[in-house]
Design a protein around this ligand. Structure first.
Ligand SMILES: *Cc1c(COP(=O)(O)O)cnc(C)c1O
Length: 414
């Protein structure tokens, strides 16, 4: 429990979980769009950002879209049409079908399954990387052998066990949509995340490791798929003199102004990763000896981008704590603490932490959906949500600031 919380001197400027960091080139490319009047969803910034991103990730094509959620929607629709054919107008491409989805993720990963009329079945998390459990996925196929689509995310920038997930999916002839929104720049066995799925997605939302203020990209090696996504994202206009529409369309294309920011940020991805890795390592050092562990990764096969540093409390240090739908309570006890107490102490320091992303199968919107754990009664997602938290991981955080964050966290265990 933390004593004398009122005596914590707050930072003058709020320390964020993860906030945008601009460098200068972004403004130059935005200005170029402005001065040449390419203030549209067409232009050089889009072409350059797409080509550079594709090259960095090692895929043939990247299609710039308004946000990562839009990219996920089109990836999931594309997968669904490949599996089940083009639906009638007004009917989703996944209508009547289930899809296996990461459970511990942001809801943008899984909502597009519902946009297309499908039903998400949530797959439990494994402890080694906090991503979709290959064992639980295997079990899900034995329970629902007709399913052909897997939507898997790399949480907090840590690569999932991609080979294991792929092996299970392949046995059942299933496609994988890979949500690399949080993991741009992270690698698995030397290859970039985003390039493993049948379709991949990255995001340039303001809180991601690099940002366009908004934006996302769809990733593929197939020219036909890239062309289709580009067409769908610009309202599915056919090559006719008038507005002609044979397919459902959306206004999902990336703006050339946003693309200017993305284009300016891309060269700084590695610098941001290096800063985030240093933050992760300083937390690991600074919190050594406490009954906690950091968000884990497969040190042999993967290199995360360290987007967010997270903490997991040992069970025996947890004080009595409950969480309702919208609020929480806990009972302080000497030598014990809980994520909500630590988050309160960080808030007193004017530093932003956050609970672990609340699992999808615990969300009111998905109540009633199936949840598959690796074994009966297990619920790793809920356990990590209960005992874990995200720490301030802003790449502009100074070592002195981080030392104070670490000091406040340590005091919670007194
Ligand atoms: C941010 C995020 C998205 C969505 O990206 P937007 O660009 O914000 O639409 C999708 N999945 C995950 C895991 C994310 O963190």
């Amino acid at each position: 429990m933390i004593r004398n919380i009122s005596e914590i001197r707050p930072f003058e400027k709020k320390l964020y979980l993860s906030s945008p960091t601009m460098h200068g080139d972004e403004l130059r490319y935005m200005t170029e769009a402005f001065e040449t009047n390419w203030m549209s969803t067409v232009g050089k910034n889009i072409d350059e950002a797409e080509n550079r991103a594709a090259e960095m990730i090692g895929v043939r094509y990247a299609v710039g879209l308004g946000c990562g959620t839009a990219a996920l929607h089109l990836a999931i629709r594309l997968a669904a049409e490949r599996l089940y054919g083009t639906p009638e107008t007004g009917r989703g491409a996944l209508a009547g079908h289930k899809a296996f989805c990461s459970d511990m993720t942001f809801d943008a990963t899984v909502n597009p399954v519902a946009y297309e009329g499908g039903e998400a079945v949530f797959i439990d998390t494994e402890r080694e990387t906090w991503n979709m459990s290959p064992e639980a996925l295997e079990r899900a196929f034995s329970l629902y052998p007709d399913v052909r689509l897997v939507v898997a995310a790399h949480l907090y920038g840590t690569p999932a066990k991609i080979d294991e997930l792929r092996a299970v999916a392949d046995v059942h002839g299933a496609l994988i949509v890979e949500d690399a929104a949080e993991s741009f720049g992270a690698t698995y066995k030397g290859r970039q995340t985003g390039g493993f799925g049948d379709y991949g997605v990255i995001s340039f939302n303001g809180n991601k490791i690099i940002t366009g203020s908004a934006g996302g990209m769809f990733l593929t090696d197939s020219k036909a798929d890239a062309d289709k996504v580009r067409k769908w994202s610009t309202q599915s206009r056919e090559a006719a003199p008038w507005y002609q529409h044979a397919e459902m369309g959306y206004n999902y294309r990336m703006s050339n102004v946003i693309a200017g920011v993305v284009r300016g940020q891309l060269p700084y991805l590695q610098e941001h990763i290096d800063q985030k890795r240093a933050i992760y390592q300083r937390y690991r050092e600074g919190l050594r000896g406490l009954p906690v562990s950091m968000n884990p990764y497969d040190e042999k096969n993967s290199v995360p981008n360290f987007w967010l540093s997270c903490l997991l409390l040992d069970e025996d240090v947890m004080c009595p704590a409950q969480r309702g739908e919208l609020s929480y309570s806990y009972t302080s006890a000497p030598g014990k603490t809980c994520p909500d107490e630590i988050l309160g102490a960080l808030a007193a320091l004017n530093a932003e932490g956050r609970p672990i992303w609340k699992p999808m199968h615990c969300q009111p919107i998905y109540r009633g959906h199936a949840f598959v754990a690796a074994e009966d009664g297990a619920d790793v997602s809920a356990d990590i949500f209960r005992r874990g938290l995200c720490l301030p991981s802003d790449n502009k955080m100074t070592e002195a600031q981080q030392s104070r964050v670490i000091d406040v966290i340590r005091r919670c265990f007194e």
